[in-house]
Design a protein around this ligand. Structure first.
Ligand SMILES: [Zn+2]
Length: 360
């Protein structure tokens, strides 16, 4: 006998919708930004006005402090780019992130870094680059297996400069040695490594298991699949996970072709940045609020937990204070975080001193 509709049957609950809420939070801190809003920080032709325009656009996304990131390049090119950033009077710049040139020359691991400028780790070379940067390099990403890396890690960590592992094909013992020497971060874990790896051990498992290493992740949905993000955050713990954008010039810009670090790259309609005609990613067009929304979607963590992965935690990692306040609307159904307002940063507060010039 047919029942009348709903008679004696539990009703299926209609999906609950949560109205968007307003959140006020401390500003975001991005430890890896190569460029933004059409401006390439790795271009020696970048002017102070260009840099300021990019920083203004970055702040509009809620990022009130960042590390402009200079990738593998010749000393001359690095010097020109670093000097401009170091001398720019903006508190948004919390220092410089030097990614390379002491990285793996292997295809895949090297990513989009130019092979001709990949170099062994050298204290002399670093000192020249740090001098060009007027002592403002606070984070160095290197591969621990390159000659000279362990000695440089020891030197940098003794000088208070953070050392991250990245663009590497290191063996387990080399990762353990790097951690012992003072490395404390995995740069964009799961990227900057060969496209195929032995199932185990490999460079991802070893870094995931190393509790002394915090991990930075690029959560744009292109660099890491959702399941990988979920598992990495669980393995590493939310407390030891930092969100970075690894943004390049096309970020906050329309799809099309751009010149970045002397090479042509393309931003497609899905927000993927790659070399034209290739699957190789070349940075991202990710904005920090999107990264935060994606992490909630991929991991089911609460929004307030994920916000710390983009603010207090990266700030604490490099020893600075987050700055300013960001007012945002969070739509939990759509996993969409929209920045409404960024308040003025407090310019009176100084950071705890990071001793970056004792080694000079
Ligand atoms: Zn990289």
């Amino acid at each position: 006998m047919a029942k009348r509709e709903n008679e004696g049957c539990p009703r299926f609950a209609t999906p609950t919708t949560v109205s968007p809420i307003t959140i006020e939070h401390t500003g975001f801190v991005d430890l890896q930004v190569n460029g933004f809003a059409g401006i390439d920080f790795n271009d020696p032709g970048c002017t102070p006005d260009d840099l300021q325009r990019a920083l203004d656009a970055i702040v509009r996304t809620g990022v009130t402090r960042c590390l402009p990131t200079l990738i593998t390049s010749s000393l001359d090119r690095f010097t020109a780019c670093a000097r401009l950033i170091a001398r720019h009077p903006s508190r948004v710049i919390a220092g410089l992130h030097m990614e390379g040139p002491y990285i793996s020359p292997a295809d895949g691991a090297r990513g989009a870094h130019p092979l001709e400028h990949v170099a062994p780790a050298s204290r002399d070379d670093f000192e020249r680059r740090q001098e060009a940067a007027e002592g403002r390099i606070v984070l160095v990403t290197l591969a621990p297996e390159v000659p000279g890396a362990l000695a440089l890690i020891e030197h940098l960590s003794a000088a208070g400069i953070r050392v991250a592992l990245g663009h590497t094909v290191a063996e387990p013992q080399q990762i353990a040695d790097a951690v012992r020497a003072g490395a404390t971060l995995s740069t964009h874990l799961g990227n900057g490594c060969p496209l195929t790896l032995p199932r185990h051990p490999n460079v991802i498992w070893e870094q995931l298991a190393a509790d002394a290493l915090v991990a930075s992740l690029i959560v744009d949905g292109h660099h890491l699949p959702p399941s990988t993000v979920k598992v990495m955050v669980r393995a590493k713990s939310p407390e030891r996970t930092i969100l970075v954008t690894d943004a390049v010039a096309p970020a906050a810009s329309p799809p099309g072709q751009y010149w970045v670090s002397g090479m042509r790259i393309e931003l497609d309609a899905n927000g993927r940045v790659s070399k034209p005609g290739s699957r190789m990613l070349a940075g991202s067009a990710l904005l920090m609020p999107q990264a935060i929304g994606n992490v909630v979607r991929f991991t089911d963590l609460a929004i307030d937990r994920v916000l710390r992965m983009a603010s207090d935690q990266p700030a604490a990692y490099i020893g600075v204070r987050p700055a300013g306040r960001v007012t945002m609307v969070w739509d939990a159904d759509e996993h969409r975080l929209t920045v409404e307002r960024v308040t003025q940063m407090d310019t009176n507060e100084s950071d705890p001193q990071i001793h970056t010039d004792e080694h000079r």
